[in-house]
Design a protein around this ligand. Structure first.
Ligand code: SF4
Length: 105
């Protein structure tokens, strides 16, 4: 019986952390926000999923006023907030020339 050697396959693609990948996203930030939040709608939303679904932590709840803080400059333009929280979030594409650009598509 012959001994078989297993060949290992070594990937030449470096493994990147999420932070490394996010560092590849280029942004040109506009002075004005492309996101508007209806504060009453936010406050009346029972579970406020917008605070959890955004992959880039754009939305925060102000600890004292309870209002929604919008860090629009972090937006990755994934569109999730428009699907989940369309009742009180108005999201538009950034103006031409602004927003994110991805290195691989
Ligand atoms: S589009 Fe995506 S990244 Fe931008 S604010 Fe909405 S959920 Fe966050």
């Amino acid at each position: 019986m012959s001994e078989q050697k297993e060949e290992s396959i070594v990937s030449e693609t470096p493994v990147l952390s999420l932070d490394d990948k996010l560092g590849l996203v280029k942004r040109k930030i506009d002075k004005t926000s492309h996101i508007e939040v209806d504060q009453e709608g936010f406050k009346n939303c029972p579970d406020r999923p917008i605070l959890f679904i955004c992959p880039s932590n754009v939305y925060e709840e102000h600890p004292e006023t309870g209002e929604c803080i919008v860090n629009f400059e972090n937006c990755l333009e994934c569109g999730s907030c428009q699907i989940v929280c369309r009742d009180y979030v108005e999201w538009k594409n950034p103006q031409g020339g602004f927003g994110v650009s991805y290195a691989f598509g």
